[in-house]
Design a protein around this ligand. Structure first.
Ligand code: PEP
Ligand code: MG
Length: 538
């Protein structure tokens, strides 16, 4: 039995097989082969697997985002089955006696050049698709390809690190736990694991070596441990621990339907943080009162190109409709820093957390912002919507945002498209915003405190940097004072004030937040019932 230690980001016990996730290898091996028939067979098997995955992706996209977006995976299947493409690969293997990876790579190069030299824009665009399908086949061939669709049963993912764009690709029903060698407890990948309600570890003392692939493991999110090939005694102990955790969760079910109210009768709005339409089930299951933070950027992270107004409208409308009139706060695009999206083609930055991100991108690339606002305003007719803007630092930004929102509203009105009522609010996640919250409050309906970034910027500690973990202290007096000040300033000007950063779920601070006058706490759905219990004890 091997035991390794990590930092837990969500409590619970997961038992299952390890799936070693490795990023696709960029370098392609270039080798002569003797047995070309076996090599051809290897290629055909990889192609078959890729086609199966693409079919799965088509069906998933069809379910999640609609037919228009799903079509790309249909096109990919056709390209992969293309006669000329396959003839070229076969010829390189049979005639040049080269390995399959190299044959796919060379064919990809030739086809990309051919597509790129065409006059037609549509055909030129196919170069990227050929590259995409070829990379998929190569990574299956060299064993680096790991996609959620390839998982036969729910697994424990073991990886060096995961970017948010990789984590969103996983099919949640196939995930028992995520264990990473790197990462930090405040990263978006950790936040996603919490939203998914799965026991997970970061900063784990383990190399994601393929030797672990397929081996049985137990992740103990209470103790921050992973056991590989557990012995009988450990397995029995962990099954018991899991049983107790399940029983405790079952006990919390009695909190469903109860009011989130303190002993002295103050009602606290208890909302959920989500990353996409698929998380609404967890929100409803946990009897949350609303959605306090829909990180809309995950919608962008899950796409290969800018999501259209229609795709966004459908997603927002679905969330609003499914919440049946309960409040839904959707945050506009917050990319940059650790949330990078290739198709935005953003410049490389020395210091991305202090760089071109969130509202700065939206106010610079207004067409992207306006598309999202049109989708949001159209969706506002289907429920109780609040729109929230991230990374605000000045009055000037809010004034400009409100002008743009008004222009978009008038534009829709001219097009006879109905728009409902909606609140406008901002995230307080920079010290600048907290310090001038008295000036910002009169301009908005609400504040939502993003304690993750507020901690990062107040303490000057990169939230992604695992070696600074010991210094990252969200309980720091400076942060608590900024929260208190923000809340007081909101109330002085008739705005309400909540917390949607991870600190909102920190039950050691619940009583303090209530004393400060915090009106709302928005947390991962899995924390809802426990936090309700805690608030009722305050
Ligand atoms: C925050 O910064 O606290 C927050 C909620 O936003 P994110 O974690 O997505 O940066
Ligand atoms: Mg933030």
């Amino acid at each position: 039995m091997i035991v390794k230690e990590g930092k837990s980001v969500f409590k619970g016990v997961a038992i299952g097989k390890i799936f070693v996730y490795r990023k696709a290898q960029k370098a392609v091996s270039n080798e002569q082969v003797e047995d070309t028939a076996a090599e051809l067979e290897r290629y055909e098997a990889a192609k078959g697997k890729a086609l199966e995955q693409l079919k799965g992706l088509y069906e998933k996209a069809l379910r999640d985002v609609g037919e228009e977006e799903a079509m790309i995976f249909d096109v990919h299947q056709m390209l992969l089955d293309d006669l000329d493409y396959n003839d070229s690969i076969h010829s390189i293997i049979e005639n040049d006696k080269m390995n399959a990876e190299y044959a796919v790579f060379m064919t990809c190069e030739q086809f990309s050049v051919m597509f790129l030299s065409m006059d037609d824009d549509y055909m030129r665009g196919r170069a990227a698709d050929v590259k995409d399908i070829s990379e998929r086949v190569i990574s299956i061939l060299n064993g680096t390809q790991v996609s959620p669709e390839a998982m036969p049963e729910p697994v424990i993912i073991l990886a060096e690190d995961l970017a948010p764009s990789e984590t969103v690709q996983f099919d949640k029903s196939k995930l028992l736990s995520i264990v990473t060698q790197k990462g930090s407890a405040n990263s978006h990948t950790a936040i996603l694991a919490r939203t998914m309600n799965i026991p997970s570890l970061v900063m784990t003392d383990i190399e994601p070596s393929l030797e672990y692939h397929g081996r049985t493991a137990i992740v103990d999110g209470f103790a921050g441990l992973i056991y590989i090939d557990p012995d009988e005694e450990t397995m029995a102990k962990m099954i018991e621990k899991k049983g107790k955790a399940d029983a405790q969760r079952a006990l919390l079910q009695e909190m469903k339907g109860k009011e989130t109210v303190t002993k002295s009768g103050k009602h606290i709005h208890l909302y959920s943080n989500i990353g996409g339409v698929q998380d609404v089930d967890a929100v409803l299951e946990n009897d949350s009162e609303g959605i306090g933070l829909f990180r809309s950027e995950f919608l962008y992270l899950g796409c290969d190109d800018y999501p259209s107004e229609e795709v966004q409208f459908e997603a927002y409308k679905t969330v609003l409709s499914r919440m049946g009139g309960k409040k839904v706060i959707i945050r506009t695009l917050d990319i940059g820093a650790d949330k990078q999206i290739d198709y935005f083609d953003l410049p490389k930055e020395e210091n991305p957390a202090l760089g071109f991100r969130a509202i700065r991108i939206c106010l610079t690339r207004e067409e992207v912002f306006r598309t999202q606002l049109r989708a949001l305003l159209r969706a506002s007719a289907y429920g109780t919507l609040s729109i929230m803007f991230p990374m605000i630092i000045s009055v000037k930004e809010i004034v400009r945002i409100k002008e743009i929102v008004e222009e978009v509203r008038l534009e829709l009105e001219r097009e006879n498209i109905s728009v409902g009522d909606f609140e406008l609010g901002i995230m307080i996640e920079t010290p600048a915003a907290a310090v001038i919250s008295d000036q910002l409050a009169p301009l908005v309906d609400f504040f939502s405190i993003g304690s993750n970034d507020l901690t990062q910027y107040t303490l000057a500690i990169d939230r992604q940097n695992q070696s600074l973990d010991a210094f990252f202290d969200p309980h720091h007096e400076a942060i608590l004072r900024l929260i208190q000040m923000t809340c007081e300033n909101a109330h002085k000007h008739g705005a309400w004030c909540g917390i949607c950063g991870e600190l909102g779920a920190d039950m050691e601070l619940t009583a303090k937040f209530i004393q400060m006058g915090i009106d709302e706490l928005s947390v991962s759905p899995g924390y809802t019932l426990e936090l309700r219990k805690r608030i009722r004890e305050c």
